[in-house]
Design a protein around this ligand. Structure first.
Ligand SMILES: [Zn+2]
Ligand SMILES: [Zn+2]
Length: 481
């Protein structure tokens, strides 16, 4: 029997084909559910696009699990049934009473459910010196093994220190993130994704969203769930094997038109366009965690951003050329789209494109068998190569073609991710970590906080300084204290 199409299902699974007459339609009569396979799919009656269904309760579990991870170790109510769950004492003091001390540490009581919570950050970090040394060594490229030898420390002790440092960094990030989220109503964001361990074939993806003006990292998500034995549609089965094994296409040249052509071929070879893991025939499945289907991870990523920006009245979101990101963003920001407040685009820049300099008038870029339209502009240089920018406006609300060709560069996102792979190369590529990707999560938390608050691209300028939420760069001492 076909599943019943509820309004909740339609809200996540409406037609996401911008060329369809019923694009975005929330009318159940436009859709039908196909149940021939184990995984029911949904079809649009107008454009006949068929997609695996995103189930509302499964998306909710993914969102809760991502949120639980972000809030782990923060000073906040931990009662899952309480409205104050995850609300920081530092940012929402009105939700708590001071409630004496536990040792030297300040204790609070939740006004809503009376649960008490001890603020571990109310005393100075007793291991500050060690933590600063460890971070300085990590940032200079030392491996964990080298650090434990250098500091004459057991591997387990080092690991505990790194987990404690990650909790401090998540705490610092939560405070700055809160200020960042409340400083504007108009946002220009960019997203990209990468394999977390490019040589590990373990299906673990890392999705990042940055503010393209300040380069502040707004949010990052990884498609692993911390429990080893969860099931459901959002989880990739342990025995999963892709049926197709098409190698990625090589572009005919490094011109953007050829790069786009190659990616179009790759996307159409996928079992579904929103699944970048489609040709993963060799999957080193993580031992202690579960892999989440990429589209669920990406949709929860954007749902979280959407919830943070309650007062957002305009959003421009620029994506790397990846349909999984586009479909997730269309789902999560559909209300913004309906209010004509969303501009969504794919953007590809040559690395040497100069930000802030006008390019030539955008020209249409047409690909056979593909109706989606791209446009191309160029910066011509005397005695140097011509630089190109290609843009595909997926959803147009406020920006003209000319304006999108003048947006900031998209490359800071891939630079952020590549720098992680360079700095933490030995940990990323360690063979025994292939099936234990969760060991990298604390490093990601530390790296994000360091990037936003300490790392200076130009003297005195961190992303937080550029975003106007920090007066000056934090030293490693200030980050970890
Ligand atoms: Zn359609
Ligand atoms: Zn509570």
């Amino acid at each position: 029997m076909p599943e019943k199409i509820t309004q909740q299902i339609i809200e996540l699974n409406f037609c996401k084909n911008p060329l369809c007459a019923d694009f975005g339609s929330l009318n159940a009569a436009n859709y039908s559910i196909l149940s021939e396979r184990n995984n029911p799919q949904i079809a649009c009656a107008s454009c006949h696009n068929i997609s695996p269904i995103i189930w509302p309760d499964e998306l909710q579990s993914e969102l809760s699990s991502q949120r639980e991870y972000l809030q782990a170790g923060l000073t906040a109510c931990t009662n899952k049934a309480c409205d104050n769950l995850g609300y920081n004492v530092q940012l929402y003091p009105e939700k708590y009473y001071s409630f004496g001390f536990s040792g030297d540490k300040q204790r609070y009581r939740c006004k809503s459910c009376q649960k008490t919570v001890v603020d571990r950050f109310s005393v100075a970090n007793p291991n500050l010196k060690t933590h600063v040394t460890i971070l300085a060594l990590l940032l200079t490229g030392f491996s964990l093994k080298e650090i434990s030898i250098k500091l004459q420390m057991q591997a387990k002790t080092l690991n505990d220190h790194i987990k404690a440092m990650a909790a401090i960094c998540r705490h610092k990030s939560s405070v700055f993130d809160h200020h960042w989220q409340n400083q504007s109503q108009q946002y220009l964001l960019g997203s990209d994704y990468h394999y977390l361990q490019p040589n590990s074939e373990n299906g673990v993806l890392w999705i990042c969203t940055l503010d393209l003006n300040s380069h502040y990292v707004v949010h990052q998500s990884v498609n692993i769930s911390e429990q080893a034995n969860v099931s459901g549609n959002r989880i990739i089965a342990r025995e999963y094997l892709a049926s197709i094994n098409t190698p990625l296409s090589e572009p005919a040249s490094d011109k953007l038109a050829d790069i786009i052509m190659a990616r179009l071929n790759d996307h159409s070879a996928r079992s579904h366009r929103n699944n970048p893991l489609h040709n993963q025939t060799q999957l080193n499945y993580p031992v202690k965690t579960s892999l989440v289907t990429p589209i669920y991870c990406a949709t929860a990523h954007y749902h979280q951003i959407n919830q943070w920006f309650q007062d957002m009245d305009k959003l421009t979101l620029s994506l790397a050329f990846e349909p999984m990101l586009a479909e997730a963003a269309i789902t999560s920001f559909n209300e913004m789209r309906q209010k004509q407040s969303l501009d969504l685009l794919y953007q590809i820049d040559d690395p040497a494109w100069i930000e802030g300099r006008m390019g030539s008038k955008p020209q249409p870029l047409i690909f056979a068998h593909n109706k989606v339209s791209w446009s191309l502009s160029e910066q011509k240089h005397i005695r140097a190569n011509t630089e190109q920018r290609a843009i595909c406006q997926i959803i147009e609300s406020n920006l003209t073609q000319k304006q999108v060709h003048q947006l900031p560069k998209h490359t800071p996102i891939s630079n952020y991710m590549e720098r992680f792979h360079v700095i933490f190369k030995s940990s990323v590529n360690e063979p025994r970590r292939k099936r234990r990707p969760e060991g990298l999560l604390p490093l990601l938390d530390i790296y994000k906080a360091w990037n936003n608050l300490c790392h200076q691209n130009n003297p005195g300028e961190t992303p937080a300084v550029n975003a106007g939420i920090s007066e000056k760069p934090l030293s490693l001492d200030q980050l970890l204290q």
